[in-house]
Design a protein around this ligand. Structure first.
Ligand SMILES: [Zn+2]
Length: 127
């Protein structure tokens, strides 16, 4: 398997049921990604769409409620492994935002993983 699949392997093998959050919007977004994927004929684009589909289900986001204020890209929620801060990051331009203030934050730490249900509850991002 190529290296880039390792992240998904780790994530799928280590995730606990109580960490998972999949909203109806996320399922609808994944369905939208799936439809684009099956119509794709270019292998490279197909792989990109497949990654996006996986991301749509594995990482909390609000596909129909919010988008990046800079480029309109999709925002996904992560937790910093060092200070446990929840941040949301744009998949397209790479800008990070404070999830509550909606302000761009300087974030250089790459040690982040998808935010869990408990973390999102604790920060008041979901209820
Ligand atoms: Zn963006």
């Amino acid at each position: 398997m190529p290296d880039w699949t390792q992240y998904f392997k780790d994530r799928l093998e280590n995730i606990k049921a109580e960490e998972l959050i999949i909203t109806i919007d996320m399922v609808q977004d994944a369905h939208r990604q799936y439809e684009r994927m099956v119509e794709e004929r270019d292998v490279k684009h197909y792989i990109n769409r497949y990654m996006k589909l996986m991301w749509s289900l594995l990482v909390f986001h609000k596909p129909f409620e919010e988008s990046c204020s800079i480029c309109e890209g999709e925002l996904f929620y992560y937790t910093d492994l060092i200070d446990s801060k929840v941040i949301k990051g744009c998949m397209t331009c790479g800008t990070y935002f404070d999830p509550l203030a909606d302000e761009a934050v300087v974030y250089t730490e790459t040690q982040a993983r998808p935010a869990t249900k408990l973390e999102l509850l604790h920060k008041g991002i979901i209820d």
